[in-house]
Write a protein that binds this ligand. Structure first.
Ligand code: SIN
Length: 315
């Protein structure tokens, strides 16, 4: 007998499970109020697509996700993927930090089965809610046996965990590719099994006209082990930041040059060769990679080759 695809749905909250007192108001609502069971029950066509088991892992607004939540999500996802009676995993998640969780899962989960994340820009009780369509698309994608790796689907677009970013605050098509790349294999599961006693602190510092250097010293004072610099343009370091950055490097911080703009930052042969660069990872995703690298005890040489493998450049 041919069985229907078996999908395990892990619910973590977000607008897809949110409700508004005024259903047409997309500005005032509470994310993560419906349970996964209620969400599934409100979308009858789902049961025609797959046999769905449900796990309510969290019910959060994703701005409140922490690295410990990422770890819990990775464990739940791996446990589901390892089950013989599960063909794929769907994760509902707030859109605000979905890309960070997706990238963490890409780096930590090992499986050939699909993992598809989705969310919504409008709360569940909105008359034109986008969640039901997004969730059906996610379940459909997760039933495709060849769709290995971690994916995100929103508003009819399907993106890799590596390339997707939220690029608009409120539009239905809020997600875009930050990288011109469909790579879904490099570094997949590279950090599986990394379970730190406590997460290394890695901060993101944005450059802006007149940005003070004491923010760099403050990160060092508060125990940061790494810094991601969201710099202007192609990662240009303000001249007045250099002494503080050198002090930070001298006490062992790993520092990556990135940009506050869309587009990649490459490690320069001429410009700033002593600093690693984020390549095509936006600052929040570069931070996830650096946290895992520090937690795994990797040194700057290891990290350089990891970044190079991701960006197919010389370490
Ligand atoms: C959230 O990220 O949890 C709230 C916003 C959203 O899901 O779109």
């Amino acid at each position: 007998m041919v069985h229907r695809p078996r999908i395990h749905l892990i619910a973590t909250g977000g607008t897809i499970a949110g409700t508004a007192p005024d259903p047409t108001d997309t500005r005032n609502y509470t994310a993560g109020t419906l349970t996964a069971e209620e969400l599934i029950a409100s979308i009858p066509p789902l049961k025609d697509l797959a046999e769905i088991s449900v796990e309510q892992l969290y019910n959060l607004d994703s701005k409140d996700m922490t690295p410990d939540h990422w770890l819990g999500l990775a464990r739940a996802t791996q446990a589901a993927l390892d089950r013989q009676d599960v063909d794929g995993v769907v994760i509902t998640h707030g859109t605000d930090t979905m890309e960070e969780s997706a990238w963490f899962l890409h780096l930590t989960v090992r499986s050939e089965k699909p993992v598809v994340m989705t969310g919504a820009m409008r709360p569940a009780n909105h008359p034109q809610a986008d969640g039901p369509g997004n969730l059906q698309a996610a379940v459909r994608l997760a039933t495709e046996p060849r769709r290995t790796g971690v994916w995100m689907t929103m508003n009819g677009a399907t993106m890799t965990a590596r390339a997707a970013t939220k690029s608009h605050t409120s539009g239905l098509n809020a997600f875009a590719h930050h990288a011109d790349c469909q790579d879904f294999t490099t570094l997949r599961g590279r950090f599986s099994g990394v379970v730190p006693n406590s997460w290394p602190r890695v901060d993101i510092l944005m450059a802006y006209a007149g940005a003070p250097t004491d923010l760099i010293d403050a990160c060092v004072c508060h125990g940061a082990r790494g810094l991601i610099l969201a710099l202007a343009g192609h990662g240009s370091i303000p001249a007045n930041w250099r002494p503080a950055l050198q002090r930070a490097r001298a006490v062992g911080l790993t520092i990556l040059r990135g940009s506050r703009c869309a587009g990649p930052v490459w490690r320069g042969q001429n410009a700033e060769p002593e600093f690693l660069a984020t390549g095509d990872l936006p600052p929040a995703k570069a931070r996830v990679l650096l946290m895992l690298s520090v937690a795994a005890g990797l040194d700057a040489t290891d990290l350089a080759s990891i970044l190079a493998s991701l960006n197919q450049e010389k370490p």
